[in-house]
Design a protein around this ligand. Structure first.
Ligand code: GLU
Length: 304
């Protein structure tokens, strides 16, 4: 099937949502992004790639970075990681403190901020140069050496990360953060500041769609079993407090970020990344969700 006409049709039909929502502004650097951009990239298992709009424009991946840091932390600690982080949906906001307090400092899952702060802590404890290791991992998995951190976005997030700092101190209080709080916050925000395009992301997430060809880089092995676990967590926890809605409307495992990116995959078939900065009240890209919903409905290619 030639997907290009379908992608053009989707772009046309979602135009009615083009001015709904607004870009994240709680991180000052994200507030400056032009909200009227839209890109999409579809990578198929057979090697074909389809692109639409601003598919090659790099944007802040934000929480999508949590999938990469989980893959690395899981390779380092194996099953022991689950002693420090749960794997259940949180049913609350990605930066909520309340649940963490009730649950004595064990984050519900690796994709809420508390969980990602713990994975950042694992990277800090076990890697000689976690910042370099992380970006090299991302470059390799995406097949693009031209991927970088944004110092400006990282600094901007650090300048106002009061909630993440509160979460980190609560984790520290419960003995679930082994490194210095400032170092963990810095590494976490640095990983969130990585800039990638839809093309980079679709390519990177093929590693989670191609379980027959396990990806491996510098000791990080995405084995079949590990990919199964990570995809399961993407399915149940990948979309903030909207994972149920995303499963219902789109029906694919994936991950979103407040930069407006969403990447999703169908195991053994395709990966698809979409970006549009205007978000709904839950923090997910409005046009991104609409585009993916139309894509899986029209192609009848969702995992359900
Ligand atoms: N760096 C962002 C934060 O910690 C990530 C949020 C996101 O994309 O969910 O607030």
């Amino acid at each position: 099937m030639d997907y290009q006409p379908l992608l053009h049709k989707i772009r046309k039909e979602i135009e009615i949502y083009a001015h709904d929502g607004k870009q994240a502004d709680y991180i000052p650097a994200l507030a400056n992004v032009n909200p009227d951009q839209f890109g999409l990239c579809l990578d198929l298992l057979d090697g074909r790639t389809y692109r639409l709009g601003d598919s090659d424009v790099k944007f802040s991946i934000q929480s999508i970075a949590k999938v990469f840091s989980l893959a690395i932390a899981l390779s380092i600690l194996g099953k022991d990681l689950w002693k420090r982080i749960g794997k259940e949906p949180s049913g609350s906001a990605f930066n909520s403190l309340v649940q963490l307090e009730y649950e004595h400092g064990k984050p519900r899952n690796p994709f809420i901020n508390a969980g990602a702060l713990v994975t950042a802590d694992v990277l800090l404890s076990h890697l000689e140069n976690p910042k370099e290791f992380f970006i090299e991992f991302v470059r390799t998995i995406a097949g693009n050496p031209d991927i970088h951190y944004s110092e400006a976005t990282m600094q901007s997030e650090l300048s106002c990360c009061y909630l993440n700092a509160s979460i980190a101190y609560l984790l520290k209080h419960h003995g679930n953060l082994h490194n210095d709080v400032d170092d963990v916050l810095r590494l976490y925000s640095t990983m969130c500041s990585v800039e990638m395009s839809c093309e980079d992301l679709a390519h990177a997430f093929m590693a989670f769609a191609k379980s027959n060809e396990p990806f491996s880089h510098a000791g990080v092995n995405l084995t079949v079993s590990r990919v199964k676990r990570i995809n399961a967590i993407m399915q149940t926890c990948g979309f903030y407090d909207e994972a149920g809605e995303f499963a219902f409307l789109v029906g694919l495992p994936g991950k979103s970020g407040v930069g407006g990116g969403i990447v999703a995959l169908y195991p053994s078939r395709y990966s698809i990344a979409v970006w549009s900065p205007r978000l709904n009240s839950k923090g997910n890209s409005i046009m991104g969700m609409k585009a993916l919903e139309m894509f899986t409905s029209e192609t009848e290619e969702s995992i359900f």
